[in-house]
Design a protein around this ligand. Structure first.
Ligand SMILES: Cc1cc2nc3c(=O)[nH]c(=O)nc-3n(C[C@H](O)[C@H](O)[C@H](O)COP(=O)(O)O)c2cc1C
Length: 309
C-alpha cells in the first residue's frame, strides 16, 4: 500500500507505533515494529541523555529500516536530547509540544524527515507554514495528551486534511485494521496506534499496566489535569480522588501522582495509567512484529469488505 507517508519515510505499511513515554522508551519495541514494516517511534521524553544515546545505538545496530524519535520540545532536557538525535542522524523526528522553526533547518540538512504532532487546525496550519514534512493529528480518543478541545479524531483529522496540503498521520482511537481503514478513509495517509502497542511483550511497562489495559472497556478512561493540557488515563483510585477534590487540591494531587509509578513500579491504583479509549478494543498481548503484520492483514480485509459493499 503506497501513500505519501509510506513513500516519504520508506516504510512498507502506513502504520506507526506511537511514541509512548516509558512504554516505547526502549529499543525492543521500536526495532520490532520497524523491522516488521511499520514505523517504530522511540519516546525520548522521560529518558536521561546517556540512556537515550545507548538506546539509539542499539536501534541502529538492530535495524536498517527507518525509525522515529519523539522529543517533546518543551522538555527541560530537550536541548541535550536534540543534540544526541542530531549526531545520530535519526531518519524521522516526531516532535511534539513546541514550535519546530528553530531546529528544522539543521535536521533537514542531514536528511531527517520532520513530523509534527498537532491537536488543532490552528497548530496544523502553523506547522505547515514552518515547513515540516508531515503532520501527526491527535484526536480526543487518544491516550496521553488529547486535544484540550476534545474534538474526536473522526472530526479533527477530516478538518485538518481539508485545511492543509501536507500528508497527515491520524492518531487516536485505532486498535485494529478497521480503525486504521476508517482514519485512512478520512484522508489520513498513515495511522499511529499507541494503546494497542502497550499490550505487547516488547512494551517496557510493568505487567500490571498491560493487564490494566486488557481489562479496561471503552468507557474506562477519563481526563485529568489542567484544562488546557488534560491527559487521558484509565480510571483508578487516583482519578477518583482527583475528581472528588477541590480545584486547589487537584493541583497538588496531580503533581503527586506519576506515570512512572504505574509504568515502572506497577502501581496501577495510584499512578497515572495513560491509555486511550481504544483500550476497550484491546484483548490480547501479541509480539509487536506479529501485531504489525496482523494490523496490515486486517486493513486489507477492511478495504476488501468496503469495496464489496
Ligand atoms: C502511555 C502513553 C504515553 C504517551 N506518551 C507520549 C509521549 O511521550 N509523547 C507524545 O508525543 N505522545 C505520547 N502519547 C500519545 C501517543 O503518541 C498517541 O498520540 C496516542 O497513544 C494515540 O492514541 P491511542 O492510544 O488511542 O492509539 C502517549 C500515549 C500513551 C497511551
Amino acid at each position: 500500500m503506497k501513500t505519501r507517508i509510506t513513500q516519504l519515510l520508506g516504510i512498507e505499511y502506513p502504520i506507526f507505533q506511537a511514541a509512548m513515554s516509558w512504554a516505547s522508551s526502549n529499543a525492543p519495541l521500536v526495532i520490532a515494529v520497524s523491522e516488521a514494516g511499520g514505523l517504530g517511534v522511540l519516546a525520548a521524553g522521560p529518558m536521561r541523555p546517556h540512556d537515550f544515546s545507548s538506546v539509539l545505538e542499539n536501534i541502529k545496530t538492530h535495524t536498517k529500516k527507518p525509525y522515529g524519535v519523539n522529543i517533546p520540545l518543551n522538555n527541560p532536557r530537550a536541548p541535550e536530547l536534540l543534540e544526541i538525535a542530531y549526531n545520530a542522524r535519526i531518519p524521522v523526528m516526531v516532535a511534539s509540544q513546541g514550535g519546530p522553526k528553530e531546529q528544522l533547518p539543521r535536521f533537514r540538512a542531514i536528511g531527517t524527515k520532520w513530523l509534527h504532532v498537532v491537536a488543532s487546525v490552528e497548530h496544523a496550519k502553523k506547522a505547515e507554514a514552518a515547513g515540516v514534512d508531515a503532520l501527526v493529528v491527535d484526536g480526543a480518543e487518544a491516550g496521553g495528551h488529547p486535544p484540550a478541545s476534545q474534538v474526536t479524531a473522526l472530526v479533527l483529522v477530516r478538518r485538518v486534511v481539508k485545511e492543509v496540503k501536507l500528508p497527515v498521520v491520524a492518531s487516536g482511537g485505532a486498535a485494529d485494521g478497521a480503525g486504521i481503514a476508517a482514519l485512512l478513509a478520512l484522508g489520513a495517509e498513515a495511522v499511529q496506534l499507541g494503546t494497542r502497542f502497550i499490550a505487547t511483550p516488547e512494551a517496557s511497562v510493568h505487567e500490571k499496566y498491560k493487564h490494566a489495559v486488557l481489562a479496561a472497556d471503552v468507557q474506562d478512561t477519563t481526563l485529568v489535569g489542567p484544562r488546557n493540557l488534560p491527559i487521558r488515563l484509565l480510571r483508578n483510585s487516583f482519578t477518583e480522588k482527583f475528581h472528588a477534590s477541590s480545584a486547589m487540591d487537584q493541583e497538588a494531587l496531580y503533581k503527586s501522582a506519576s506515570l512512572k509509578a504505574a509504568a515502572l513500579e506497577g502501581d496501577v491504583a495510584n499512578g497515572k495509567v495513560e491509555a486511550g479509549q481504544s483500550a476497550g478494543l484491546v484483548t490480547d498481548i501479541v509480539p509487536a512484529g506479529e501485531l504489525v503484520k496482523r494490523l496490515a492483514a486486517e486493513l486489507d480485509e477492511a478495504r476488501r469488505r468496503l469495496a464489496a459493499l
